[in-house]
Design a protein. Sequence first.
Length: 94
Amino acid sequence: MSVMLRRCLTTVLSLMCVMCTFAYNIKGTVNDDMNQPLPGATIRLLAMADSAFVKGARTTEKGTFTITGVKKGKYIVEFSYIGYANKLQNVDIV
C-alpha cells in the first residue's frame, strides 16, 4: 500500500446487508484523510474466486454508494479515484 494512499485516502465502508428476495445491498461512504467525501469514486464488486467483475457503482456528491442485488458469497470491493492508489476490501456476504 502506497504512502500516498495511506495519507490521502481513507475509506469508510459501512456494510449494511439488507435481505431483499435472496439479495443484499452493500452501502458505504468513501472519504479522504480529512473526512471529506470523494464524489465520483468508482466502486467495483469482484468475485473473490477469480476477480471477475460482478457489479459496480460510483459515489454521489456526498461520497456515498450502494450496490444492490448482491448474492451471498465472498467478494472483493475495489475503490478507485483519480490521483489515488486503489484500495481493496474483502467482503463476505453470509
